[in-house]
Design a binder for this molecule. Structure first.
Ligand SMILES: NC(=O)C1=CN([C@@H]2O[C@H](COP(=O)(O)OP(=O)(O)OC[C@H]3O[C@@H](n4cnc5c(N)ncnc54)[C@H](OP(=O)(O)O)[C@@H]3O)[C@@H](O)[C@H]2O)[C@@H](O)CC1
Ligand SMILES: [K+]
Length: 215
């Protein structure tokens, strides 16, 4: 079992990119793994509303890809941007692709968005991954609190938002039933105190060759 910190993960991704597996391709593979895992873990997948919460970084980018592939699989994705529009190049490209394939994309608004939470059968957290630091803002805390009270099945991409890669948990962090760690486990997945946030952790192969892990 491989466990890495955030800078080691960045180096592994850089090694892969240098070998020709681009960051964009890794994001595509990550979103595919998430969509496939979600499809296999939701009963009557095609009939369910799947809400994807996205942030502004590459974790959000993975979420845009997952939404597009969920739709391709015959599912019903709805994207909610909780921190504004994407800012990284690859996430912007995947935001545009999600929009172009007709997925509804809405912006989180405190109070107004809560009924959407109640109407969702599954929720995918693609707000923050290894780039998270500090504390969650109050709007996101209130959103995650409503989600914790809902019956939706909850998935986190890479790391539950509000937990940093080392395992520090900020107040109000996302509580997942499943966390899909990308390529390698991070220190956060190994800490006993993060169990309530991570739920069951699975590690997804996002196409990074074995030799890229020699760091
Ligand atoms: N590298 C790759 O090629 C691949 C990476 N992959 C994926 O990317 C993820 C890492 O992506 P990432 O580095 O873009 O960081 P991410 O976690 O999306 O968040 C950054 C944003 O959040 C913001 N922010 C942070 N804390 C905050 C706070 N408390 N409150 C508010 N905002 C806060 C932060 O702001 P800033 O720190 O710049 O001020 C920035 O805007 C990784 O986990 C995996 O899922 C895969 O696609 C495979 C290929
Ligand atoms: K996340």
């Amino acid at each position: 079992m491989r466990v890495v910190n955030a800078s080691q993960m960045k180096q592994i991704e850089k090694n892969a990119n240098d070998m020709g597996i681009t960051y964009y391709q890794m994001m595509e593979n990550a979103g595919m793994c998430v969509a496939d895992f979600v499809r296999k873990n939701i009963k009557d997948f095609e009939t369910k509303i799947i809400l994807i919460l996205t942030g502004t970084g590459n974790n959000g980018g993975d979420g845009f890809v997952a939404a597009r592939i969920i739709k391709k699989f015959g599912g019903n994705p709805l994207i909610m941007m909780v921190d504004g529009p994407p800012k990284t190049i690859d996430a912007i490209k995947n935001f545009n692709k999600a929009k172009d394939c007709g997925i509804e994309i809405i912006t989180f608004e405190k109070d107004k968005s809560i009924p959407i939470i109640w109407g969702s059968d599954a929720i995918i957290d693609a707000v923050y991954g290894t780039g998270f630091h500090g504390e969650l803002n109050d709007n996101i805390k209130s959103l995650f609190s409503a989600i914790s009270d809902s019956d939706a099945i909850k998935f986190a991409i890479d790391i539950p938002s509000g937990v940093d890669y080392s395992g520090e948990i900020s107040d109000g962090a996302f509580k997942a039933d499943f966390t899909i760690a990308l390529d390698s486990l991070k220190n956060a997945h190994m800490k006993e105190n993060t169990f309530e946030n991570c739920g069951r952790v699975v590690c997804a192969d996002i196409g990074i060759p074995e030799e890229c892990h020699k760091i």
